[in-house]
Design a protein around this ligand. Structure first.
Ligand code: MN
Length: 714
């Protein structure tokens, strides 16, 4: 019942000039013991499976150490067992067995194209060595060959996984024979009805074409022999799945497909390949556009041959491949055959040096990187492969953290992330993930990223998302701050911001200031690029602001005192409708003149305003402050404060509490996150002193000082 490991050793011996059977025998002994009590679903002893896998790997051309690893691939290698392997068997066997154990845990179904690609990369990264992948492919092949004993659902799962992950890998490694067999087996299980009917159809064609094939083979061999070529010719139907694909792709039936049969000519040397091609093209009419020279330009997986199609006997189209024995070997067996071929056919000494160089060439063809001693797949180790709780694979760059994972799965998951678990354990955001980790993300709707988070992530995706969020947040805060400042300013002029927004006035004012919309206007104010007063000016008229004298008496004593109207006498007349010019914004007590505008009343300018020279002299009138205005005197305060959102609002509130109207605000950015704000206002000296004391109590204020003369910024 238990198969003979000697059968496998015989294959090894036929492949290599000298082998050391000890690792194989030792591994076999351990595997037999390990699987002693196990049986396969089919009822046979479990050890039959490792034996079959070892045989397939030996046929691929792998060496004795790889065969030993193949024997142990299903041996439930726990830590103590791996230690034992390391002690009792040579080199890398324990490592290969361990990696095969990890690959066993990859179970997939229903993958989309992107996921398939990620899983293939994951497989290569976990494998880390070409030999691990080759053994795994051999394992899948034996499973597919014995899939009949498994329940239907399982058959479909295994076959789908083989089709999406392992067939592309087999193809990439040039394992043509295995790839075709796997394709046919998957076809059998996944499109069962189609398989049966196509199989019957092709068998019929094969038997009816038997005489024809024999006739062509004999004809070709004769013609080639006439030219002195010792050529072998083979004729057979192409493999079922490739015919099926052609039918599906070209939407044709079997009867419409004219290239089911393929002929292969095998010669001794590369130059004979071209001689043979010449013979064929001289004897039969070539079909235009069918010649392909894969000898001069091999396929990416190393495949070499000449392809052509001609009109053969009875004007039937024939497809012909011409190749050397070596090319055939490589076409069928792939990767390992590249170096094995020299071993077997040229009897080269199996020095490690040579083996390594040949491998490097092979790996070059596969675009893989080979390190000495390990058939490394290191280009795939620049990525880390982890899983969601739902077993979805996530691929990120090496060094990615738990927080990176959250952002990779979904931006919202990242932004709302409050905690992360790796393999069930709560871990910090900055935990670097390892391939195979299972990561869980906890969220809360109220969570907000901070700039600290940038220290916890490594992927550009997470970095960009966090930066974007912070910038957005800052923009929102700036805009809000600007809106509050403007609202305050407008309220001072008895205007309601919401109303101005609603009736479109603010939009108009924004356009006048060459700002696209009110939101941008708030931002500009919040950033200190635009003074709120300018907005007011834009709302009320070009260059001047309107302050209407109240028509009714204010209710309270306090208000009465403040809002007495504008205490200016123009040409000896008080209580006129006046505006203050935006160009010079005279302060209470400044020397002033009036200007009679066309239809917009009287504008008050500073007596030294430069604009006055441009005005029509006959319209200039005398103006003076009334006694009441001078109860308060003009003040300018310089406040140095932290440049923090909301601080300006807090300052303004303090002014309002003392019933002081701010006439102008001017801000200056200072270095080291501080800002200087200049407040222009009028009030009594006592009130101003009280204000200064109150301002100094506010958190974040560094200094409050009176300024005058030239230190007042214009
Ligand atoms: Mn297995």
């Amino acid at each position: 019942m238990i198969p003979e490991i000697n059968d496998v050793i015989e294959i090894l011996k036929s492949n290599f000039s000298a082998i050391d059977p000890l690792p194989v025998l030792k591994a076999w002994e351990m595997a037999v013991e390990r699987h002693r009590k196990e049986t396969r679903v089919s009822g046979e002893p479990y050890i039959v499976h490792p034996w079959s896998v070892a045989r397939i790997t030996a046929e691929m051309g792998l060496d004795e150490e790889s065969i030993a690893a193949a024997i142990l691939h299903d041996s439930h290698a726990d830590a103590p067992f791996l230690v034992r392997l390391e002690r009792e068997l040579p080199g890398f066997i324990a490592e290969v067995v361990k990696r095969l154990g990890i690959i066993r845990t990859i179970i997939t179904s229903h993958l989309n194209e992107k996921e398939k690609d990620d899983y293939r990369k994951y497989l290569l990264a976990v494998a880390g060595d070409l030999r691990v992948i080759l053994i795994r492919i051999a394992d899948r092949l034996d499973n597919m060959r014995t899939l009949d004993s498994l329940p239907g659902e399982k058959q479909i799962q295994v076959a789908s996984e083989v089709r999406s992950l392992y067939i592309p890998l087999a193809n990439r490694m040039g394992l043509n024979a295995i790839k075709s067999e796997l394709e046919n087996l998957c076809f059998y299980y996944l499109e069962h009805e189609d398989f049966l009917s196509l199989d019957a159809g092709v068998k019929e064609i094969e038997s009816s074409a038997k005489d024809y094939v024999e006739e062509v083979v004999a004809l070709l061999e004769t013609k080639l022999a006439e030219e002195g070529l010792n050529a072998k010719v083979y004729g057979r139907p192409k493999h079922l799945y490739s015919i099926y694909l052609k039918m599906v792709q070209k939407k044709k039936t079997l009867d419409d497909i004219n290239d089911i049969l393929a002929f292969r000519i095998q010669v001794d040397s590369e130059s004979q390949c071209y001689t043979a091609l010449g013979v064929i093209h001289a004897a039969f009419k070539p079909v235009a556009g069918t010649f392909k020279d894969y000898i001069a330009v091999p396929k990416p997986n190393g495949y070499q041959s000449l392809h052509t199609a001609v009109l053969g006997p009875r004007d039937k189209r024939m497809e012909i491949q011409v190749r050397t024995v070596e090319m055939h070997e490589i076409a069928e067996r792939g990767v390992a055959a590249h170096w094995l071929y020299k071993e077997r056919f040229r009897k080269v000494e199996r020095a490690n040096e040579m083996k390594f160089n040949e491998l490097r060439k092979t790996a070059d063809i596969l675009k893989l990187k080979v390190d000495e001693g390990f058939w490394s797949l290191s280009s795939f180790q620049q990525e880390v492969f982890v899983f969601t709780p739902e077993n979805k694979l996530v691929v990120m760059r090496n060094g990615a953290t738990a927080l990176d994972f959250a952002f990779n799965v979904h931006t919202q998951l990242g932004l709302k992330c409050t905690g992360t678990r790796v393999n069930g354990l709560l871990v910090p955001f900055k935990t670097v993930l390892k391939s195979g980790d299972r990561v869980e993300v906890m969220t809360n709707a109220n969570q907000k990223p901070s700039s600290d988070w940038l220290k916890f992530v490594a992927t550009s995706k997470a970095i960009n998302k966090i930066k974007h969020f912070i910038r957005l947040q800052e923009r929102i805060e700036t805009r809000q701050r600007g809106r509050e400042i403007l609202e305050k300013e407008l309220r001072r002029h008895k205007l309601s911001l919401p109303k101005l927004l609603k009736d479109g006035t603010l939009q108009k004012a924004a356009s006048e200031l060459r700002i696209s919309n009110p939101e941008e206007l708030f931002s500009a104010i919040g950033e200190g690029k635009l003074e709120p007063e300018k907005v007011f000016t834009a709302i009320t008229g070009d260059e001047s602001e309107v302050i209407e004298a109240p028509k009714t008496e204010p209710k309270t004593q306090d208000r009465k005192k403040k809002n007495r109207g504008i205490p200016i006498e123009v040409d000896g007349i008080s209580n006129l409708l006046v505006r203050f010019a935006g160009c010079c914004s005279p302060l209470t007590g400044d020397p002033i003149v009036g200007y009679v505008t066309r239809g917009r009343g009287i504008t008050i300018h500073h007596a030294h305003c430069s604009k006055i020279k441009e005005l029509e002299p006959e319209r200039i009138v005398t103006a003076r402050w009334l006694a009441g205005a001078l109860e308060g005197e003009p003040h300018v305060l310089k406040v140095v404060a932290d440049d923090k959102p909301g601080l300006l609002v807090k300052l303004s509130e303090t002014f309002a509490k003392q019933n002081i109207n701010i006439r102008r605000i001017f801000t200056e950015d200072l270095k080291s996150a501080k800002a200087a704000v200049f407040f222009h206002f009028s009030t009594s000296r006592d009130n101003a002193d009280l204000l200064i004391r109150n301002l100094r109590k506010i958190k974040g204020i560094h200094s409050v000082s009176r300024v005058s003369g030239k230190s007042i910024p214009k």
